[in-house]
Every structure is written in structure tokens, then in C-alpha cells.
Design a protein around this ligand. Structure first.
Ligand code: MN
Length: 285
């Protein structure tokens, strides 16, 4: 059973005098396209919060490894408390308390249920949906499993033109809101913390470890983008279907990241062959 969790639980977990997260008004029911987002959240563990607008709030699942557009990959998605609708645009630092760390708006867009009755589908534990985000598109499903006290679900991609054997989290690691990495969010929103960490490796508010991890993760992500660029976009054996995000929405980000990384980290031996950018991949040679 998916119990409807009101915003009380969301609010009870947070101290809004120290957290910049929105408190959330009453559920906001709109007659617009339904909103969805994925927030990449570096807290005690890195995870991706997958959120779907429903009945004026954001239904939320924490996906430890992030969504995959590979239809052979099922990703664990732990159902968590509803979040207010306005949380969907949040990006920033949570200095302390519940979820302390960095939230990056990793994807956003609209979603559409592929079932007649969303509430009934949630109750049944089988919600088929279509996403139209910047990175995630096409047909998906959320399927409840028997584990985790009924909170354990699987997020999976159906086979369609938006599926492909591409690690979208590695390929397109950056924010769709501010355009940067975790470290850019720290630098922009908390320059004092950033400077003190760079200089003295000590940030106030218990964020030191988070900042250090953000630096390490960002370095890995730049390497990942570079590896994709060198391999000619998606790995050769992993060519996504025509129209999949590698050739479209995700490309600008990965190209930018890769070319930035290339200019500073070029290794001997890589010079002979110009890396094809992911954007160029889909075009005729
Ligand atoms: Mn989270």
C-alpha cells in the first residue's frame, strides 16, 4: 500500500530557519501539464530524487543509482515522503539537519500517466508513465516490489526511441537549472564555504565532508564526460537509438563539460585522434 503522506512529514523533518528549502504551502492543484523532476542529492549518500506531480504535491522516490535509460537496467527507487510542488525548482545547499548537503536540479519537465487512474495505479504498485524532460524522455514504469515495507519500487525504462545503453547519469551529470556541477553550486551559492574549503579544508556548518565529496565527484564526472567524448559520444557498443538523448538534449552539457576537461587534462596519446563530441555523434560523417 502506498499511504498518502501529507506535507506534515516533509515539514517535521526540517528546520526552515536553517534550511533554504521551501516550507510548502497547501497542496497546489493545477490544471496544467504535470511537472516532474529529478534532484541529484549529495547528502550522507549520493542519490537521485525522482518526483512526480500528483494531487498538488510531488510524489517522491529516492533512486540511489539514478534513473537509467537502458531498458535492461532496473533501478531501486525507495518511496519517500511527498514534497511540496515548489520544491521541484529547488537547488542549493542544505547547511544542516535532514538531507544536509547539496541538491542539484538534474532534470525537469512534464510527465503524463499512461494509466487512467494514477491513484489506483499507485495502490496497485504499477504506474506506467511518459516523461518529457531535458534528459529523460519516453515511456517508463514504476513497479512496487515486495521488499522495504512496501516502500521499495523499481524504476525502469521501456524500450522506445528514447531508450539506449547509455549511462545518462555519467553522460549528462550537470544541472539543468544552473548548468554546472556540484562544485559550481557551492561556488555560486556559498562562496565563503568554497573558499574556506579550498584554502583550509574546513567549511562551517558540518559541510566540510560534503564539499570534499562534491570536489571528488565533480572530478570523476569531468573524466566521465571526457571518456564519452573520446569514445565518440556513447560508447561504440552502446549506440543509443536514433533520437535518444545522446544526440539531442544531453549533448550540449556533455560537450561543454568534455571540451572544458579536454583543454586542461589532455593526455599524451590522445592528441592523434580528435575526440568526436557527443553532439557530432548522431550526424553523418
Ligand atoms: Mn534526497
Amino acid at each position: 500500500m502506498l499511504a498518502r503522506m501529507p506535507l506534515n512529514e516533509y515539514r517535521a523533518k526540517r528546520n526552515f530557519s536553517v534550511s533554504p528549502e521551501p516550507r510548502g504551502k497547501a497542496p497546489v492543484r493545477r490544471k496544467k501539464d504535470l511537472f516532474f523532476c529529478v534532484q541529484k542529492h549529495l547528502a550522507s549518500h549520493l542519490h537521485y530524487d525522482f518526483r512526480l506531480e500528483h494531487d498538488g504535491v510531488l510524489l517522491s522516490w529516492a533512486v540511489p543509482k539514478g534513473p537509467s535509460i537502458d531498458p535492461t537496467v532496473k533501478r531501486l527507487a525507495m518511496h519517500v515522503e511527498d514534497h511540496p510542488l515548489e520544491y521541484g525548482e529547488f537547488e542549493g545547499l542544505i547547511p544542516e539537519g535532514y538531507g544536509a548537503g547539496i541538491v542539484m536540479l538534474w532534470d525537469r519537465g512534464t510527465w503524463e500517466p499512461l494509466v487512467d487512474d494514477v491513484a489506483a495505479a499507485l495502490k496497485k504498485g504499477d504506474l506506467k508513465l511518459r516523461l518529457d524532460g531535458v534528459k529523460l524522455k519516453g515511456s517508463w514504469a514504476l513497479i512496487r516490489t515486495s521488499g522495504g515495507d512496501g516502500r521499495s519500487w523499481l524504476l525502469l525504462k521501456h524500450r522506445d526511441e528514447w531508450a539506449g545503453p547509455l549511462d545518462i547519469a555519467v553522460f549528462a551529470p550537470k544541472s539543468v537549472k544552473s548548468g554546472g556541477y556540484f562544485t559550481d553550486i557551492i561556488e555560486e551559492q556559498a562562496p565563503a564555504i568554497w573558499t574556506s574549503n579550498r584554502a583550509a579544508k574546513s567549511a562551517p556548518g558540518g559541510l566540510t565532508k560534503i564539499v570534499e565529496r562534491a570536489i571528488a565527484i565533480t572530478e570523476e564526472e569531468k573524466k566521465g564526460a571526457l571518456a564519452y567524448a573520446r569514445a565518440g559520444g556513447a560508447k561504440r557498443e552502446a549506440r543509443p537509438a536514433k533520437g535518444a538523448p545522446s544526440a539531442r538534449s544531453g549533448s550540449a552539457e556533455a560537450t561543454t563539460g568534455a571540451s572544458k576537461a579536454r583543454s586542461t587534462r589532455r593526455k599524451p596519446g590522445a592528441s592523434g585522434r580528435a575526440a568526436r563530441s557527443p553532439a557530432a555523434k548522431g550526424r553523418p560523417r
